[in-house]
Design a protein around this ligand. Structure first.
Ligand SMILES: [Zn+2]
Length: 189
């Protein structure tokens, strides 16, 4: 019996030693996955110490960091229908796909839904909504989930199936054509 126990403990401690030996490598692997994974986790979370005035043009700064609005029909993406992704001009998070873009005739880029939306679920999208009464009536502001950039507003007069219209400032966006996206992803991997 004592020999069996000794053998049992011997095996157990061997396993424990093996686990200890493996552990540092596992930790390294997990750390690597978090720091290089796609989407939001790979992006730097900007905070109040980020010097946006240095990083952005004056127009980009006023719109995204001071909740400004570009003049209607002034933005470069109003009548832009190339295939690709519209990213946050501040932090590069992918915000809206060209497939969701439509012509609302209002003078600002319009989208039916945010990239990553599943039905009404926006938990995987890079945007979030916040109540905003600055337009003179109860409204909803749209911001970048990663860096809090002001992007525009969302209204309930959009086309089916969402019935929503994301009215987004061109200067808050940075368009990347689909081919360039693929090249960039390959380069990062
Ligand atoms: Zn952002």
């Amino acid at each position: 019996m004592s020999r069996l126990l000794a053998r049992f403990f011997g095996v157990t401690s061997q396993h424990a030693a093996a686990r200890t030996a493996v552990l540092p490598r596992r930790i390294r692997v997990v750390t690597r996955v978090v720091s290089t994974s796609h989407g939001l986790q790979s992006l730097t979370r900007y905070n109040e110490t980020t010097d946006w005035q240095k990083k952005l043009s004056p127009e980009e700064y006023v719109v995204t960091r001071e909740k400004g609005t570009e003049l209607p029909f002034s933005g470069i993406y109003v009548n832009h229908y190339e295939e690709g992704m519209y990213h946050c001009v501040c932090c590069d998070a992918p915000l809206f796909s060209s497939e969701a873009k439509f012509d609302a005739g209002t003078g600002w880029p319009a989208f039916k839904e945010a990239h990553g939306t599943w039905g009404r679920d926006e938990s995987h999208a890079s945007i979030f909504r916040r109540p905003d009464n600055s337009l003179g009536s109860p409204g909803t502001e749209v911001l970048c989930k990663n860096c809090d950039a002001h992007l525009g507003h969302v209204f309930d007069d959009g086309p089916d199936p969402t019935g929503e219209r994301f009215c987004i400032n061109s200067v808050a966006l940075k368009f990347k054509p689909r081919e360039n996206n693929n090249l960039e992803n390959n380069g990062q991997n």
